[in-house]
Design a protein around this ligand. Structure first.
Ligand code: ADP
Ligand code: MG
Length: 273
C-alpha cells in the first residue's frame, strides 16, 4: 500500500525546485519541527557535483537534523530533498509524492554515505567485514569482489594491516577511518560527515582529517559538519552557517570565516577559534 507523503497531503503539490538547474543535492524549502520546536526553518541549499560544503553552527542549530534529512533518516514536514533529481523516501506520480516502501528507501539511501561522530561500526565484525557487509547484503558484489574492494579502501585510509582487527582493537582514529572506507564501499554520490573528529582524542584528529582531505581532492561531493575551522577553510568550497534552523550566511571560506557578516556568525567563530 502506498500512501501520500504526509507533507503533501490534501492535494498540496510537490514543492517545485526554486532553481532552474538542479544540483546533486537539492534542498528546497525544508522545515522540520519536533513538537512546537522548529528545528529547521525553510532551508534552501543546493550542493553541486564535486562541491565540498562545510556546515557550521552552534550546538542545537539543526546541523545533524539537516544532514539526516538529506539521506531521509529524518523525514521533513515541508519542502523536499533530492539526490541527483531523485527522492530517497518518496516517489513522484504526477504532481503528488507517495511514500516508498522501506526496502526501496534503503536501496536509494545507499546513494548517500554517512559518517557519524561515534563511528558506528559493527562491534562484532572485523574492519574488513564491516566494509564488505553492505555491498554483499545488497547483492552488489560477490564476496571475492567485495573483499578486493575493501582491501583497496583500507589501503586508501592507511589501514591495510588492520583488516582483521575488531573495532575494539582499533583506536578511535582508526575506527573512524574504517567507517569512512565502509561509507565509500557503496560508491555514494555524496558523503555526509557529522562531526567526524569530535569524539577523538586530539592527537587522532589529524589522521582522520587527512583522509577526508584526500577525498576532497578526488572530486568527492561532500558535506561536513565540523568545528575544525582551519580544516574547513582549507578544504571547503563553501561554508554554510546555520543558526536556529536557518541559514544565516554562506559563502567562500575566506568570506564567511574571515569576514563574517552576521553578528551570530562572528560570535560563533570567536568561540571556536
Ligand atoms: P546540532 O547537530 O546542530 O547540534 P541537532 O540537529 O542535533 O543540532 O538538533 C537541533 C535541535 O533539535 C536541538 O534543539 C535538539 O534538541 C532538537 N532535536 C534533535 N533531535 C530531536 C528529536 N529526535 N526529538 C526532539 N528534539 C530533537
Ligand atoms: Mg549535531
Amino acid at each position: 500500500t502506498t500512501r501520500l507523503a504526509p507533507s503533501f497531503d490534501e492535494n498540496i503539490t510537490a514543492a517545485p525546485s526554486r532553481r532552474s538547474t538542479d544540483g546533486l543535492v537539492e534542498i528546497s524549502g525544508v522545515s522540520k519541527s519536533y513538537g512546537p520546536h522548529e528545528v529547521l526553518h525553510d532551508i534552501d541549499l543546493t550542493i553541486e557535483p564535486g562541491e565540498v560544503v562545510a556546515l557550521l553552527g552552534p550546538s542545537g542549530s539543526g546541523k545533524s537534523t539537516l544532514l539526516r534529512a538529506i539521506n531521509h533518516l529524518e523525514s521533513v514536514d515541508r519542502g523536499s530533498v533530492t539526490i541527483d533529481g531523485q527522492y530517497i523516501g518518496y516517489e513522484r506520480r504526477g504532481d503528488k509524492l507517495y511514500e516508498l516502501h522501506e526496502k526501496e528507501v534503503l536501496k536509494r539511501r545507499t546513494q548517500v554515505g554517512m559518517v557519524f561522530q561515534n563511528f558506528n561500526l559493527f562491534p562484532h565484525l572485523t574492519a574488513i567485514e564491516n566494509i564488505v557487509e553492505a555491498p554483499i547484503a545488497l547483492g552488489r558484489l560477490s564476496k571475492t569482489d567485495a573483499r578486493e574492494l575493501a582491501l583497496g579502501l583500507l589501503a586508501r585510509v592507511g589501514l591495510s594491516d588492520k583488516a582483521d582487527h575488531y573495532p575494539r582493537q582499533l583506536s578511535g582514529g582508526q575506527q573512524q577511518r574504517v567507517a569512512i572506507a565502509r561509507a565509500l564501499a557503496l560508491k555514494p554520490k555524496v558523503l555526509l560527515f557529522d562531526e567526524p573528529t569530535s569524539a577523538l582524542d586530539p592527537e587522532l584528529v589529524g589522521e582522520v582529517l587527512a583522509v577526508i582531505g584526500e577525498l576532497t581532492k578526488l572530486g568527492t561531493t561532500l558535506v561536513i559538519v565540523t568545528h575544525e575551522i582551519g580544516f574547513a577553510r582549507e578544504v571547503a568550497d563553501r561554508v554554510v552557517f546555520l543558526d536556529g534552523g536557518r541559514v544565516l550566511e554562506q559563502g567562500t571560506p575566506a568570506r564567511v570565516l574571515l569576514h563574517p557578516q552576521h553578528p551570530r556568525t562572528q560570535d560563533f567563530l570567536r568561540k571556536v577559534l
